[in-house]
Design a protein around this ligand. Structure first.
Ligand SMILES: Nc1ncnc2c1ncn2[C@@H]1O[C@H](COP(=O)(O)OP(=O)(O)OP(=O)(O)O)[C@@H](O)[C@H]1O
Length: 241
């Protein structure tokens, strides 16, 4: 194989490919013939009104729920960060991060990951001593230490205050640029979507109803009013700046 072929983006497998995904609870169809492809290093944000199927899709991608039809092809098991940190209270921070690492250098790898999220000095500290933002940093470290090809983020910043959320946006952007997983972020926050996404998807009734690719060099090519309209929020409501 030539060096060119190794470096060619076409030679890099996508983070995940979903074809014809179908999921129903009894007679209620929640995901219907959904197709999705996320490249390595691509940041995809999924919006949609409550109950449209976002979490169902994310849990299917994570392998946490069964699917009723279609196919999900991913090179490895994805890593997931949820709205709650889900750290084990009886384990130190480094042990929480190293959970699932089966290696003699687990502590060293956990230390590197905790340093990356700005908590390199807290290896032997406990989850109970962390703020909400710090706990989510540890959850991110625990995900990234696995070097996932697909990172699934289920409203991980929703419970944080506005300033911490902005800091987390900067951090997650840096981490994704460094590790280059494909990312699927589920959020209700339109500004978060515009700030982070390479591509925004809006889901309606179990399908991808709207897709927009962002161009990062230049002004945001989609405004929040346009996106809110896609989400069914009428312009008769004043939109806060
Ligand atoms: N275990 C379940 N059993 C039956 N119905 C379910 C189950 N889980 C989800 N649903 C239904 O599937 C639909 C989609 O739910 P889902 O949680 O994926 O929506 P969502 O878009 O993530 O909503 P939200 O933004 O409120 O979290 C909803 O109508 C929900 O009631």
């Amino acid at each position: 194989m030539t060096l060119h072929a190794v470096l060619s983006p076409a030679a890099i497998a996508p983070a995940v490919v979903v074809t014809g995904l179908h999921r129903a609870y009894g007679s209620r169809v929640v995901i219907e013939n959904l197709n999705l492809r996320i490249e390595r290093g691509e940041f995809v944000v999924l919006l949609g009104e409550s109950g449209c199927g976002k979490t169902t899709l994310l849990r299917a991608l994570a392998g946490l729920d069964a699917i009723d039809g279609g196919r999900i092809t991913a090179p490895r098991r994805p890593a997931v960060v949820f709205q709650e940190h889900r750290l084990l209270p009886w384990d130190s921070l480094w042990r929480n991060v190293a959970l699932g690492l089966d290696a003699s250098d687990a502590r060293q790898r956990a230390a590197t990951a905790l340093t990356e999220v700005g908590l390199g000095g807290r290896l032997d500290d406990w989850p109970r001593n962390l703020s909400g933002g710090q706990a989510q940093r540890v959850a991110l470290a625990r995900a990234l230490v696995q070097e996932p090809e697909l990172l699934l983020l289920d409203e991980p910043f929703a419970a944080l205050d506005a300033l911490t959320r902005i800091r987390m946006h900067d951090l997650v952007r840096e981490l994704v640029a460094a590790h280059r997983p494909g990312v699927l972020l589920v959020t209700h926050d339109v500004d978060e979507a515009i700030a982070l996404a390479d591509r925004i998807l809006v889901m309606r009734e179990g399908r991808i109803a709207f897709e927009h690719r962002m161009k990062r060099n230049g002004a945001a090519p989609i405004g929040r009013a346009e996106l809110l309209a896609e989400l069914g929020v009428g312009t008769s409501h004043p939109i806060p700046a």
